[in-house]
Design a protein around this ligand. Structure first.
Ligand code: DX5
Ligand code: ZN
Length: 218
């Protein structure tokens, strides 16, 4: 399986954002941008201005992860800012199918995200609406948290569901992904690794990305 890596700039050097992006942009398959509202998650982070600034300078895909209540109130501003992929949490809205279709109709790739404790059957009927699902492997809100191993079973079951339905699904994982946990999630069926702390605190972020990508080729 071809493994992709989306570095999460939550752990980038805020006073040297450009330098952080330059370090990873040639090897990254997209840049992951976390949006937190202080309600859905107990933290605040980036907004559309950063997405717009990155879009104005780089061609790389921008993968925007909304951790906000009522994401329907925010999707337009992120699509206008230049997001290529735009995802929200199944726990945060009442009409997810409508919102996924709205995003897709605007030419942006939608994805749906599940918190660690949220069962897969909440998205069972949405798999026809998305070609990417994000499985959180920590409770969202902060970088640098420890991977939750019980999420492996969810990744495995989702991959089985997709295979059974004949859906070519991108399964992203986010939270606590490092060189020890990456092989576990890949073995379970994930093919896109989102990684913040491990990539950006490394002395050699490029090497980390290369190592993560090589897991799939074993
Ligand atoms: C957590 C965010 C993640 C975060 C992952 O709420 O959604 O994208 O940056 O960071 P690490 O890889 O440090 O766990
Ligand atoms: Zn994220």
């Amino acid at each position: 399986m071809n493994i992709k890596v989306f570095p999460s700039i939550l752990s980038a050097d805020l006073l040297n954002m450009e330098k952080s992006i330059e370090l990873v942009k040639d090897l990254a398959d997209a840049i992951h941008i976390d949006v937190m509202d202080g309600h859905f998650v107990p933290n605040l982070s980036y907004g559309p201005a950063l997405v717009r600034a990155l879009r104005s300078k780089y061609d790389i895909s921008l993968n925007v992860h909304l951790m906000v209540e009522r994401p329907e109130n925010f999707v337009d501003m992120f699509m206008d800012a230049g997001a290529n992929h735009l995802g929200f949490h199944i726990e945060a809205t009442y009409h997810p199918q409508r919102l996924l279709k709205y995003i897709r109709d605007h030419g942006v790739r939608p994805f749906i995200t599940l918190n660690p404790a949220t069962p897969l059957n909440t998205i069972e009927y949405l798999l026809g609406e998305v070609d990417m699902v994000l499985i959180m492997t920590v409770n969202p809100g902060y970088g640098g948290q420890e991977f939750l191993p019980f999420c492996l079973r969810k990744i495995r079951t989702l991959r089985e569901m997709a295979l059974k339905e004949g859906i070519d699904l991108d399964i992203m994982v986010d939270g606590g992904i490092d060189l020890n946990t990456a092989p576990l999630v890949v073995e379970a069926g994930a093919n896109i690794l989102i990684s913040g702390n491990t990539v950006f605190t490394s002395e050699n972020p490029k090497e980390v990305i290369i190592k993560m990508k090589s897991i799939g080729y074993k």
